[in-house]
Design a protein around this ligand. Structure first.
Ligand SMILES: Nc1ncnc2c1ncn2[C@@H]1O[C@H](COP(=O)(O)OP(=O)(O)OP(=O)(O)O)[C@@H](O)[C@H]1O
Ligand SMILES: [Mg+2]
Length: 315
C-alpha cells in the first residue's frame, strides 16, 4: 500500500475538484485576472476546502507558489501568538516571482474573538502584499469585520453521485472490483464527506478484497440500515425478543456504539414518517423516547439497557 489515498487522490488542479462547480468557476475568474480578494471558505469537513485552496494557490501564484505561500492552523498548539508572529514575518517580505503572497489559515472558527480582532488588523496592514484564505466549519463563529473583508464561499456536502463517481474512479486506478451495494454503503456512511468515503474505501480494500457491502461494514462500525429497519419493524409489530436479538447482534458483532445506534434509529423512524409509513402521532411519541435515550447514553448510562428500554416503547 502506498500511503493514504486521501493524499494520493487529492485533486491538484481546480478543474479536478469534484462538485463545488460554482465555487470553482468563481475562483477560476481570479486566476484569469491574476488577483484575488481575501477569501473565506466555510463548510463541513472533508468537502474540499483545503484542497481547493491549494489548487487555487498553485494556479494563481504559478511556479514559485511554495516561496509565496504560508499555511497555518489557527488552533496551533503553540498558541495564537505564534500564529500571528509567523503571519507578521511572512508578510514583511516582498513576494518573489509571484504577484503577491497568500496565507492560508485553517480552523479560524477556533480563534477567540480577541484573536480574530487582531487577525483583522493584520489583514488590513498587509493588504498590498498578501491575500488571506480563511477556512472554517462555521462562518457564524467569525466576527463580522472579518466576514465583511472576505469573499465568502460556502462549500456544500458532496452529493451521493459525486462521491460514488470518485470512488469508482479510485477503484479503477487501484485495480479493485466494487459492487454497487458496496459503494452505496460507503456513500451512506460518508454523509457527504469525501475524506471519510475515501478512507473507508481504502480500509475496505486493505485485504486485497473486492468492495462489497460486507467488506465495508467490516471496517465501519455502523449498523447496516436493513438491520436497523428490521429491528424497528419487529419492535413495532410487538416482537420484542426478535428486535432485542438484532440489537444485541449489531452492538456485539458489528461493534456499533450506543450513540450511533440511536442516530440510526432516529434516521430510520424519520424516514418512515416522511414517507407516510408511520402515523405522525406515533412518530412524535417515538421521537421523544429517542431523545431521552440519546441524552441518557451521552450522560453515561449503559447503552444496551437504554436501547432495550427504547425498543420496549415501540411496542
Ligand atoms: N471536492 C473534492 N473532490 C475530490 N476529492 C476531495 C474533495 N473534497 C475532499 N476530497 C478528498 O478528501 C481529502 C480531504 O479534503 P480537504 O482537506 O480538502 O477537506 P476540508 O474541506 O479542508 O476538510 P476540513 O474541514 O476537515 O479541513 C482530500 O485529500 C481528497 O482526497
Ligand atoms: Mg481543511
Amino acid at each position: 500500500m502506498s500511503g493514504p489515498w486521501v493524499e494520493k487522490y487529492r485533486p491538484q488542479k481546480l478543474e479536478d475538484v469534484v462538485g463545488q462547480k460554482q465555487i470553482v468557476a468563481r475562483l477560476e475568474k481570479y486566476v484569469g485576472e491574476g488577483s484575488m480578494p481575501n477569501l473565506m471558505f466555510t463548510g463541513p469537513a472533508g468537502v474540499g476546502k483545503t484542497t481547493t485552496a491549494l489548487a487555487l494557490v498553485k494556479s494563481i501564484l504559478g511556479e514559485y507558489w511554495r516561496q509565496n505561500f504560508l499555511e497555518l492552523n489557527a488552533s496551533d498548539a503553540r498558541g495564537i501568538d505564534t500564529v500571528r508572529d509567523r503571519i507578521k514575518s511572512f508578510c514583511r517580505l516582498k513576494p518573489v516571482g509571484a504577484p503577491f503572497r497568500i496565507i492560508f489559515l485553517d480552523e479560524v472558527d477556533n480563534m477567540t474573538k480577541d484573536a480574530q480582532h487582531a487577525l483583522r488588523r493584520e489583514m488590513e496592514m498587509y493588504t498590498k502584499t498578501a491575500s488571506f484564505i480563511l477556512s472554517c466549519n462555521y462562518s457564524s463563529k467569525i466576527i463580522d469585520p472579518i466576514q465583511s473583508r472576505c469573499a465568502i464561499f460556502r462549500f456544500a456536502p458532496l452529493k451521493a453521485e459525486e462521491i460514488k463517481g470518485r470512488l469508482e474512479y479510485i477503484c479503477e486506478k487501484e485495480g479493485f472490483e466494487a459492487t454497487d451495494e458496496g459503494l452505496d454503503s460507503i456513500v451512506y456512511f460518508a454523509e457527504g464527506d469525501m475524506r471519510k468515503a475515501v478512507n473507508v474505501l481504502q480500509a475496505a480494500t486493505s485485504e486485497g478484497e473486492a468492495v462489497t457491502e460486507d467488506s465495508v461494514y467490516e471496517v465501519v462500525s455502523k449498523a447496516k440500515p436493513q438491520d436497523i429497519g428490521n429491528m424497528i419493524t419487529k419492535a413495532l409489530m410487538g416482537d420484542f425478543m426478535g428486535a432485542r436479538n438484532i440489537l444485541r447482534e449489531t452492538m456485539v458483532l458489528q461493534g456499533t456504539s450506543g450513540e450511533d445506534m440511536v442516530t440510526q434509529i432516529y434516521q430510520d423512524v424519520s424516514k418512515r414518517a416522511i414517507d407516510g409509513k408511520m402515523d405522525p402521532g406515533i412518530y412524535m411519541n417515538l421521537i421523544e423516547a429517542i431523545a431521552e435515550c440519546d441524552f441518557r447514553i451521552r450522560e453515561g448510562a449503559n447503552p444496551r439497557i437504554q436501547l432495550e428500554a427504547l425498543l420496549a416503547q415501540f411496542l
